[in-house]
Design a protein around this ligand. Structure first.
Ligand SMILES: [Zn+2]
Length: 281
């Protein structure tokens, strides 16, 4: 028994030493080079940029943005706005930028994501990171689809257990202790499984995935296999003109899940980053 406690203390001591970082990393958001700090509950070492406050998911979105340029010239809604992501979006030069959240002060709009007050087709891009596991995700996804214009994008991230076919949710697990035990956080309502893709596709989105792979994982302190889900609201078909055989024979818009079409396997062009182009800290 004493030996077991001694071993636990040894692991605790090692963890404390690693609280201030293990390996030097690069933050693609602010250009920081050095060790990342720990963050969260339960505590995770080596994930928090001490300069800009970015976490793994923010840095993965930054790399995806460098590949895809989601924001340039577009009307962007940012739900539950994180400071690091706000800087990233503004550096992408959107046409307009609106922040929304039900609780946080100092933002543009107080909004319930399950019943948004924005008009239909108000935005080109919606960014929604680590929100859907807290709320009625089906209602929220319907609302996000509604406020996007045809051709628009929902950029979403959330915790997902790829080993599970189905999302685990149980409304009887309502106490903070139960939610912490079953969903990993006191205010989470579910753990998504692989069927999260079908849940995203339900209102009509076509879902792509952007995955964290090497060399980015080690270089930027990302979580292996973490995904950015990029959900496309299909463009509406052109109106059919009399005698226009081509339009009449056009295939219907695909609504099925495609294979992931962009898995980043190599550094994006222009790497290493031009630090002059970095967003402000
Ligand atoms: Zn940073």
């Amino acid at each position: 028994m004493l030996r077991t406690y001694y071993r636990s203390l040894k692991y605790l001591s090692r963890s404390v030493r690693r609280a201030f970082g293990t390996f030097p990393r690069e933050c693609p958001l602010c250009g920081y080079h050095g060790k990342f700090l720990g963050y969260g509950y339960p505590y995770v070492c080596d994930i928090y940029c001490p300069r800009c406050g970015s976490l793994e998911r923010h840095r993965l979105l930054c790399i995806a943005e460098r590949e895809r340029r989601f924001f340039a010239g577009r009307d962007v809604l940012h739900f539950a706005p994180e400071v690091a992501v706000r800087s990233l979006i503004l550096a992408g030069q959107p046409k307009s930028y609106v922040t929304a959240d039900p609780f946080v002060s100092g933002i543009d709009r107080k909004e319930n994501i399950e019943a948004l007050t924005f008009a239909d087709r108000s935005f080109d891009v919606v960014v929604c990171l680590h929100v859907l596991e807290h709320v009625d995700d089906r209602a929220a996804i319907r609302e996000l689809y509604r406020v996007l214009r045809p051709g628009g994008l929902l950029v979403a991230m959330f915790p997902i257990v790829e080993g599970w076919d189905e999302t685990f949710e149980d409304s009887s697990k309502s106490s903070q202790e139960d939610r912490l035990l079953h969903f990993g956080q006191h205010d989470h309502a579910r753990y998504f499984g692989r069927d999260a893709r079908q849940r995203l596709a339900q209102p009509g989105f076509v879902v792509e995935e952007f995955t964290a792979v090497e060399p980015h994982v080690a270089r930027h302190g990302l979580t292996r296999g973490e995904k950015v889900f990029v959900c496309h609201r299909p463009s509406e078909p052109k109106p059919i003109l009399a005698g226009d055989i081509t339009d009449r024979e056009a295939p219907p818009v695909a609504r099925t899940l495609p294979e992931p079409v962009f898995l980043l396997q190599s550094p994006p062009s222009g790497w290493p980053l031009d630090t002059a182009a970095q967003p402000p800290n």
